[in-house]
Design a protein around this ligand. Sequence first.
Ligand SMILES: [Zn+2]
Length: 145
Amino acid sequence: MATPLAPAVVKESTAAATPEESGSSEAHEAAAVRRFTLIHDHSRGNFEKDPKASCVGELTVSPTEIKFDGAGAGEGHHFEASWAEVLDAGSNKFFGSGIGGFHLTITENGKYQNLNFAPKSKDKAEAKLIIDLLNANARKADRGK
Ligand SMILES: [Zn+2]
């Protein structure tokens, strides 16, 4: 299987600290669960300074689904979607563009949601890696229907 999603220059260390993932099976990386620490924006993707304007949580990307858990931020900051429910991911051109801001649209249980995120690292290369990973998985799910 070809995996065009991971640019060779992006090292594991940029993708949040996930020491429990590494050691095991590097060869099966494509099928592995990957975790990224993200900022979830609560406005229009502005990433305002007000602590209430965003929360931080962990995005879990697995071969079967995608999950996000905004720490202590309540129901609206948690989602779980299968890849078939992921519509699109893409970088944001204006708001948050300097810190790798991107959007993710999903239909979780038929409910359309547009979410704005940025990597906590504010690393644009990490954002690109995540976007490519999400789109590759979503496209794979479409083909499988
Ligand atoms: Zn949130």
